[in-house]
Design a protein around this ligand. Structure first.
Ligand code: SF4
Ligand code: FES
Length: 322
């Protein structure tokens, strides 16, 4: 008979949950849900080994465990710290955490251009959300920012290195979903950059997923760039019979046209099932897909603005038919 796993009790911002041993503080918080969940810019559950790079998920451990109740002296990264039985954690209820997070946002924005008005990621950018919630109104940075030329990586992907926050997620995608990785992070410190190493193009079947995992607008879909603001499109769940991937995607429609295809993401912005390049870049006709219906979008997201109203505007014939 299999032995029953002894659960561990952890309290985060006054809310208690029982989790399996080995669970990280971040994932324990996700089991509680809502406000107690720290933001995460580099951790990405479907990508093994991700996390520990950005420090946005810092929390305060005010009680180490039942056996050793001493608090941890420094804030810890919740995505890579495992819980102990009886641990007590403070997320938003800690002034130290709120202050540190503000500092992390300031660092992330040091070299990040303020080009949200023209960036394709606007409206679905984790850094935009983070800056809105934890950022300061002004910048104290007076030095020259890093500058890079935009780089074409392959037929479908454009890299804006100026926007990259070096979270490594795209590197993990290339490592874990494609047979031969051709890009990585070169150099160190403030010279570090994502590069394809002599600008080899990335042409593996699943490499398009780097676009979905990128938390900012550093990697963009060349078939969609500058076509529309995301909140003017209508996301629809759709599926297809694909020999390479599960074929479950979201179609971002402008009228009856498929403007963009992405994988489906959960409430933490993490891909539920990675999709292949064929589905993402080549199936842009409605006949390629079985449209299941409107994608449920959080009402807090700008993408939900004016969506699925009873009387759809004239330029959304697809919705008028539904
Ligand atoms: S390009 Fe995007 S996914 Fe890759 S390291 Fe930079 S921010 Fe992260
Ligand atoms: S999400 Fe934990 S360090 Fe980046």
């Amino acid at each position: 008979m299999s032995e029953q796993i002894q659960k561990i009790t952890v309290t985060i911002d006054g809310k208690t949950v029982e989790v399996d041993p080995g669970t990280t503080i971040l994932n324990a918080a996700r089991q509680i849900g809502g406000e107690v969940v720290p933001p995460a810019m580099c951790y990405y559950k479907p990508l093994k080994g991700s996390g520990g790079k950005c420090r946005t998920c810092l929390v305060e451990v005010s009680k180490g465990s039942e056996k050793d109740p001493r608090p941890m002296p420094k804030l810890v990264a919740s995505c890579s710290t495992t819980v102990m039985d009886g641990m007590e954690v403070k997320n938003k209820s800690s002034e130290r955490v709120v202050d540190a997070r503000k500092g992390v946002v300031e660092f992330l924005l040091i070299n990040h251009p303020l080009d949200c008005p023209v960036c394709d990621q606007a409206g679905e950018c984790s850094l935009q959300d983070l800056a809105f919630e934890h950022g300061a109104d002004t910048s104290r940075y007076e030095f020259k920012r890093r500058e890079f030329d935009k780089i074409d990586i392959g037929e479908y992907i454009k890299l804006h290195m100026t926007r990259c926050i070096l979270c490594y997620r795209c590197v993990y995608v290339a490592n874990q979903l494609t047979p031969n990785r051709e890009h990585g992070i070169l150099k160190r410190g403030d010279a570090a950059e994502i590069s394809t190493y002599i600008q080899n193009s990335l042409e593996n079947d699943f490499i398009g997923n780097v676009i979905d995992v990128c938390p900012v607008g550093a990697l963009t879909d060349k078939t969609f760039r500058f076509r529309s603001r995301v909140w003017y499109t209508k996301p629809m769940d759709a599926s297809c019979d694909c020999g390479k991937c599960g074929g479950k995607a979201v179609l971002w429609m402008i009228g009856n046209e498929i403007a963009r295809v992405t994988a489906r993401k959960d409430q933490y912005g993490e891909v539920e099932e990675f999709i292949c390049n064929d589905c993402r870049f080549n199936k842009k006709e409605l006949k390629d897909w079985n449209v299941e219906g409107p994608r449920k979008i959080s009402r807090h997201s700008v993408i939900s603005t004016n969506h699925y109203e009873k009387t759809a505007p004239a330029h959304t014939p697809l919705l008028n038919k539904a």
